[in-house]
Design a protein around this ligand. Structure first.
Ligand SMILES: [Zn+2]
Length: 134
């Protein structure tokens, strides 16, 4: 799968599968996502377009992932996003919350490459894996 294909697949899984499902769940009183809202958080991650223009390799010390040293974040390849979840207007800071667990489980079920950051201590990170990069 080339980068274009991966980015398009990631975007489709995110916008055409995960988010429509999540918003539908938000109206289901029996769902762990009942009453939830969602927001994308890329504030502390540099623009993929700018990083790509600079030559793909990025010295990441971003607070989002706490990485040290040289690392190519999947955010910069357009195949990762951080999703903030709010319930009744309150940000869910606990990544183990039932809402995050439902979102993560659904995401991982969408594709064999779909990876959820909870599995490595970053619950709001949703990505399409590339080798050992998640
Ligand atoms: Zn992330």
């Amino acid at each position: 799968m080339n980068l274009r294909e991966a980015r398009c697949l990631f975007t489709r899984l995110l916008t055409n599968d995960l988010m429509p499902w999540a918003y539908a769940q938000a109206y289901d009183p029996h769902s762990p996502l009942f009453g939830c809202e969602f927001a994308l958080d890329e504030g502390r991650v540099k623009s993929p377009r700018l990083v790509r223009k600079a030559g793909m390799v990025f010295e990441a010390k971003d607070a989002v992932h706490g990485n040290r040293g040289e690392f190519r974040s999947l955010h910069h390849d357009g195949r990762a996003v951080d999703i903030l979840v709010y319930r009744q207007g309150q940000y869910l800071s606990n990544g183990g919350d039932r809402a995050y667990r439902a979102l993560g489980a659904y995401w991982k079920g969408l594709h064999e490459l779909a990876s959820w950051g909870y599995d490595f201590g970053d619950a709001n990170h949703f990505s399409l894996s590339d080798g050992d990069r998640r």
